[in-house]
Structure formats: C-alpha cells, structure tokens
Design a protein around this ligand. Structure first.
Ligand SMILES: [Zn+2]
Length: 613
C-alpha cells in the first residue's frame, strides 16, 4: 500500500512508538502486549474457499514451501527463503539464483532466473520480472513465487516457461524484511510476523524509483537494464477500508487513463486485464481495481483513481515504456487466500505473456519509438468525478466508540450491496516541454550517475565545450517538510534565458532522441515534482555568495540612474507601485545591486542547459 488516509496514517503514528519499544528490547509476546491479537480487533474475514486451494501441496511433498508447512499462515526469514531457492537451484536445471545488490546492512539481494535452460534468457521470449517485498511486511508475493517456481521445477508446470523467461525478486527490501514482528502491519491479517515497510536507511523503496538513493534501487535498475523485462509486477498489500475484493491491481492505461506509454497501456487494459480477471474469478477470487476511498467510513464521498508520480513503481514503468502492474492484495483477507490469489495472478500473467507476448512486443516497440514534445507531470485531483464504479461492499454498521467519543464503522464480514460510487481522477498540474538535449555539467556527478543507473544514454565530452543553451532561472523557491531523506524544493517564477555555457570535460549531453527521453525530462526539468531539483540535488544554487556594502551601492546607483533612462523608468515605476519597497532603503539599494555586474550571476540559475536548436 502506498497511500493512506489521515486516519490510517494516525494509526501508524500511534503504533510507531510501540514498535520502537519492541525492537529496542525483546519483542513482547501478544499476552505481554495486552492480548492485542489483531483477530480480536480486525473486522472478521468473510468465509472463503476457491479452486486455488488445490495449489497447496500435501504435507508429505518433498518440495513443500516453508509457508505451506504452516498452512500459509507464516512466512520464512530472508535466509530461509534464499536457502530454499538455492536448494531448488541445486536440484533443478531450470533455475539460477544470482545476486543483484547488497543492502545497507550487508545482505545479498537475490533474484532467481527461471528459464528452459536454467542459465540464460531466451531473447525471443518476453521477460517477466516479478518483484515481491518492496514493502516487506506485504510479503504475499514471496510465498506465492516460491510455490510457483516449485511447481515449474518439480510439479510438471514447466510449460509455463515454454514461451516466457522469469526473473523473480523474492524480497526487494531484505533489511526491512528482517525487522520482523507481529506488530508491523496492524491492519493486515497475517502472516504471523511481518517485516517493516522501509529499508534500514528508513527509505521507502516505493518512493525511490526516480531519485534512486537506495542501493537496493540501484540494483533493481541494473536488473531492469540487464534483462529489459517485457512485464514488471510489483506485489503489495493494502491498508484501508473493508470490501469484497481480495486481489486489486492497476496500471497506467486503466480505462485509457494516464498512460505515457499508450500502446502498452492499451495492451494492459484490453488484453491483460480481462485474462487476469477471468483467471482470478475462475479460481474463486474477487479481482478489483486499486481502491483509495476518500472517506473509508463514507463511500458516498467516492473513490480516488489518481495518476501517481513516477517515484512509484507502475507510473515509473509507464514513463520508461516498461509494462508495469501494481498489485495490492486486500489486507483484511487471510494470508492464505492472498498468497493463493497472487499465485493465480502470476500464473495468468505467464499465460498472457505466452499467448499475447507478440502483440505486447509490438506495443512496447511502438511506445519506445515515441518522441513526445511534452510530458504531463505534477498530477492534481480533478474536481468533477470521471466515472462511476459498481463497488462490492462489505456490510457495515455505525457503532459508538467510547475510545473515539464518536461513531465508527464496523464491518461484519458479510457481503453488502453493490454501491454506485463516484470516482475522481487527476489532471496534469504541469506540462514539461522536452528539449532536444540536456547538458549536465561535470560538477553534478551524482545526477549523472543516477541518470546512468536509469539506463539513460548520454555522451560525455572529453574537452571543454561552449554551447548555446536555454537555461532556467528561478524567481524563488519553497521547501517543505523532510521526506525520504530530502527536503523537497518547489521552484517558482521560472524564466528562461539563452546563454553561452562552457561545459568542462566530463560533462554530458543527454539527447532526448531516445526511448527514455521523457524520463530524462521528468528528472531534469526543475518544475517536475520528481526531478532531481525537486528532491534537493541542486540546493547549492539556492544560496547567494558575495555581497556589496550599501555605502558602495548608493553612489553606484546614482551613476546607473544617470546613465540608463530605461532603468530609471523601471525604478520610478517600482517606487510608485510598491510602497514597502519605496520605504525600504535596503531593498532600494538591492534593486541596483541585482542589476549590476557585481551581482552573483549564477544565483538561482539551474545549471543544466537545455539544447533547443
Ligand atoms: Zn505497499
């Protein structure tokens, strides 16, 4: 889950203190913690049975997964997970376990390549990248993936890789996964102990796709560059209200909305989604769209179906022309049901890639050939609803809460009516214009390195080069509360100026005539909310150095007034229009200093050049 209501956020804040205590000492047992077993306070789960239950192997099976041994109620540790996969690797010719990153706490992050020869990826077949545990308490995908790989290797399901290569990341956030307690996910029905949402550096990997701070993310971007997946699935679990759906998922392009990659979006919407939904329904599951209620206690206020920034996985995929699907299993459904639903969705995806991989390849090629002049950014909520959905509710009643002093909703686990619910969407708050190329000075090695990690092609210059570029100067800026280890900055009052800039050796030219051109613009246009600028990688331009003494400015100002009638007119107009300015000796002198050659010419000048001609 990536978006919580204020109330859910508040609940997390309250429990954060408790979990701190739990990690600082031996974790208290449920009894010590006051009998706070979630089963005693979560809404009851509806009774469930489905055809997917047949996927669980008998207890005597040689390759029963660690979670199946517990009846799909618990999940293995990271070491146990890797050990199980390595055991499969040893016994099966179809699997290879490899390492793609080292976490801040020193764990080796593994991915598992599952192919017909167990070594190489067949370039003729699509690559399916399955990622579990980005939020490691939301770990259904890991245990589903272990079952699926087991069945491919030892239960006669190797047909699933006849036409597809699999790359499986069992736990993306391995450090968080090992910060496991029964108290990490209070709104979630199992497994019994859950990992932590953020990494050991307290970074949320599902905010890190653009700025790419975490070594885990750098590793994943490397994996994407290495295998060029045709389909990327990011497996989560929700928070939030109760409803009937157990497996919810979404992507840019759903109902034709928000896709930067229109052909891919259409393939996901028209080809993939019907197949995925049909498979889930046939196996006894209830698929649904991503659900963000405006007020989880009052459905009539509607649902949000927003476009998200590319700091999140699936919009990032959309921006870089990589088919990407976000899955959010419903947290209030039991772990067993969620793992089995995930298995069904993964299997359905493999089948869709086998049957329709060719048309997907065509869609990817078509989107990668696009060279847009504009990219939509900074999505905002649209005032009017964009659709009405039939929503499958769970029955509820309002009960008095002595704790809150108000009425609260209590769901009873029984299917409720189908409710027609307004759905609100997004519209772009900015349209970024994409130049022919960007020039990034060698003085910004961190920015250059991150662009490289994204796979953006660039050309480094060996000798200094003077180039005429369009450059952006800020009128000002605003900062907000720290987020993800940065202080976000919003650039205001942008103006453009044509300048001759000399770029030192090691500077790079990033042509936007590449499939990642729109991604490069999103990272490099300072107006974009997910730009390196917005994440604070250019804070050095926000400070001015050198100053001029008032006693020196005053006589200089007299000369400037005497010699420049245009400046005089501008000054007089300002005196007339702005009383506070007229009354401030310092601001008046500053006016002249700013217009003199002594003023810092690079103050608020964004140093990335835009090649427009
Ligand atoms: Zn999540």
């Amino acid at each position: 889950m990536r978006f919580s209501s204020i109330l859910v956020g508040a609940a997390f804040t309250l429990l954060a203190g408790a979990s701190f205590m739990a990690t600082a000492q031996t974790p208290p047992s449920k009894v010590q913690a006051g009998g706070l077993d979630p089963e005693t306070f979560l809404p009851p789960a509806p009774a469930w049975s489905g055809a997917s239950e047949k996927l669980v192997v008998p207890a005597t099976h040689k390759w029963i997964t660690p979670s199946e041994k517990t009846g799909l109620t618990a999940t293995p540790t990271y070491d146990e997970t890797v050990a199980f996969l390595k055991k499969i690797d040893k016994a099966s010719a179809l699997v290879r376990v490899e390492t793609f990153a080292t976490t801040p706490q020193g764990r080796k992050l593994v991915d598992v390549v599952v192919t017909k020869d167990g070594e190489t990826l067949d370039p003729a077949k699509p690559v399916f990248l399955i990622q579990a545990g980005i939020h490691s308490g939301e770990i259904d995908g890991k245990d589903a993936g272990l079952m699926l790989i087991r069945d491919i290797c030892f239960n006669g399901r190797d047909d699933l890789i006849d036409k597809v290569n699999i790359v499986f990341v069992p736990v993306f956030n391995a450090d968080g996964h090992e910060r496991s307690t029964p108290y990490s996910r209070p709104n979630q029905r199992g497994p019994v102990s859950q990992g932590w949402r953020n990494t050991a550096q307290n970074l949320n990997l599902n905010r890190d796709y653009m700025k790419a701070d975490a070594p885990e993310m750098i590793g994943l971007l490397g994996l994407i560059a290495k295998y060029d997946p045709s389909f990327y699935i990011d497996l989560h679990v929700t928070d939030g209200m109760d409803y009937q759906y157990d497996i919810t998922y979404g992507f840019d392009g759903w109902d034709g909305l928000y896709a930067d990659s229109p052909a891919i979006g259409a393939w996901l919407d028209k080809t993939y989604r019907p197949k995925a939904d049909a498979a889930l329904k046939a196996a006894g599951h209830i698929p649904g769209p991503l659900i963000f209620a405006r007020d989880e206690f009052d459905l009539s206020k509607g649902l949000d179906f927003n476009a998200f920034a590319p700091r999140f996985s699936n919009p990032y995929g959309d921006l870089r022309r990589l088919p990407a699907v976000l899955v959010e299993n419903h947290s209030l459904k039991p772990y067993r049901q969620r793992v089995l639903g995930t298995y069904v969705l993964l299997e359905a995806t493999l089948k869709a890639l086998a049957s329709d991989g060719k048309s997907l390849k065509v869609a990817i090629a078509s989107d990668r050939a696009l060279r847009p002049k504009i990219v939509d950014a900074n999505w905002q909520t649209k005032a009017a609803p964009i659709a009405t959905w039939d929503f499958l509710t769970i029955k509820s009643e309002q009960v008095a809460s002595p704790a809150s002093g108000a009425m609260v909703t209590r769901w009873n686990g029984k299917p409720g009516p189908v409710v027609k619910t307004p759905v609100y969407g997004s519209e772009p708050g900015a349209k970024l214009s994409i130049p022919k190329a960007y020039w990034i000075p060698a003085t910004k090695p961190d920015v250059i390195a991150r662009l490289k990690a994204h796979g953006v092609a660039m050309e480094a210059i060996k000798k200094a080069q003077t180039v005429e570029v369009d450059m952006i100067r800020l009128g000002g800026f605003k900062t907000s509360a720290p987020s993800e280890g940065h202080v976000p900055v919003v650039a205001t009052g942008l103006t453009h100026e044509t300048r001759k800039e000399t770029y030192p050796p090691g500077s790079v030219r990033v042509s936007t005539d590449q499939s990642l051109g729109a991604l490069a613009a999103y990272l490099l246009e300072p107006e974009s909310e997910d730009s390196f600028f917005a994440w604070g990688f250019f804070d050095e331009i926000l400070q001015r150095v050198e100053y001029m003494e008032p006693y020196a400015i005053a006589p200089m100002a007299e000369r400037m007034l005497a010699n420049d009638p245009k400046l005089t007119a501008e000054f007089e107009k300002r005196l007339k229009d702005d009383e506070a300015f007229a009354a401030s000796p310092l601001r008046r002198l500053q006016f002249f200093y700013e217009r003199s050659p002594f003023y810092d010419d690079r103050y608020l000048l964004y140093p990335v050049g835009r090649e427009v001609n």
